[in-house]
Ligand binder design. Structure first.
Ligand code: MG
Length: 334
């Protein structure tokens, strides 16, 4: 263990996992927290709730395709949605630095409100704290959210079995690249925007038609590769991904090659994967491809017997082993 916190402890990869395992779970683990899923699933008499929280420290506050306010809604709504829940209420906490221009704060609040309306959720409680100049970075936002999970729904890695197919709703890497290019003056003109969007609409349609899908996960920090690796480890299976099938926009592919980044490890804010039995995949694909947030839907891989390996069949015909994200190539992208 490193004796001090580094940016990579917040990257959602190996070091985040170590921090959670070695420090946080050591002191406050329990049955609800233990699965470390996108949202906790809480059983109450007569209903099942999904409950989640997320903090947003993105820099800069505004970027092509979004801002910290939109992100704070989508991030939490999407964690509820991939847990099978209908998102209902959020809490919003602002930690604001002295000197934050009020007009910027208002722009962020407006965007946050619009995103709530888009996603069909309401802010039910909030908090405002102010810290001295130099003790924050204009504004940080925390959101928590609750939603109701339909009684009959059973989603989770326990349902994944060899033969299942993995479907994604569109190209990866756009969010991470859009934020990076807005922050650093790299002289690259790509026109790439963040994919930041609430996924509860498209997910509700899938669950209505094909409630027997097995598991979903949104592809935020750590990207597609880290999410798939975590699922492979948790489910005790191997997962094969097909590089040629994974959608990546040409502009993203070109830029990441120059920058030495891997789109499979880059954050997204409007992408998710879904595991389904092969006989149900065609129906899932059809529903997704008819949705604005799923026009580039593709089958990207398959589950096989194994022990938690993720193997990428590369475009050149080789095989590459994918692990959890190491280090933090793109800090503070959400
Ligand atoms: Mg998530």
């Amino acid at each position: 263990m490193h004796p001090e916190i580094m940016l990579a402890h917040g990257a959602g990869g190996q070091l985040t996992r170590q921090l959670v395992d070695d420090i946080f779970l050591k002191y406050f683990n329990n049955e609800a927290l233990k699965p470390l899923a996108d949202a906790a699933v809480l059983d109450f008499p007569g209903c099942r709730l999904a409950f989640t929280t997320d903090s947003f420290v993105v820099r800069p506050l505004f970027f092509p395709g979004g801002d910290i306010g939109k992100l704070a809604v989508c991030g939490t709504v999407n964690d509820l949605a991939v847990s099978g829940a209908r998102p209902l209420f959020l809490t919003v906490s602002f930690i604001i630095e002295v000197g934050m221009p009020l007009n910027l704060l208002e722009q962020i609040a407006r965007s946050l409100g619009e995103s709530c309306r888009d996603a069909g959720v309401k802010v039910a409680a909030g908090d405002t704290k102010v810290v001295e100049k130099g003790h924050g970075d204009l504004v940080f936002i925390n959101t928590a959210g609750i939603g109701i999970i339909p009684e009959e729904l059973d989603l989770g890695q326990h349902r994944i079995t060899p033969g299942d197919v993995i479907i994604i709703n569109g190209p990866v890497g756009n969010h991470g690249l859009a934020v990076l290019l807005e922050r650093e003056n790299l002289g690259l003109e790509t026109g790439v925007s963040s994919d930041c969007a609430p996924l509860n609409g498209i997910i509700a349609k899938i669950l209505r038609e094909v409630p027997n899908v097995k598991m979903m996960r949104d592809l935020t920090r750590g990207g597609l590769a880290t999410a798939v690796k975590e699922i492979a480890l948790g489910a005790g299976v191997d997962i094969w991904l097909e590089e040629a099938s994974i959608p990546v926009d040409d502009a993203v592919r070109g830029a990441v090659e120059i920058l030495g980044l891997d789109p499979l490890y880059m954050a997204n804010e409007g992408k998710f994967i879904i595991f389904a039995a092969p006989e149900e995949a065609p129906r899932v694909l059809k529903i997704m491809a008819n949705e604005p947030l799923g026009v580039r839907t593709a089958i990207i891989g398959r589950v096989a017997e194994g022990k938690g390996n993720v193997l990428l069949k590369t475009m050149l015909g080789g095989t590459k082993v994918l692990d959890l994200l190491a280090g933090d190539p793109l800090p503070r992208i959400c």
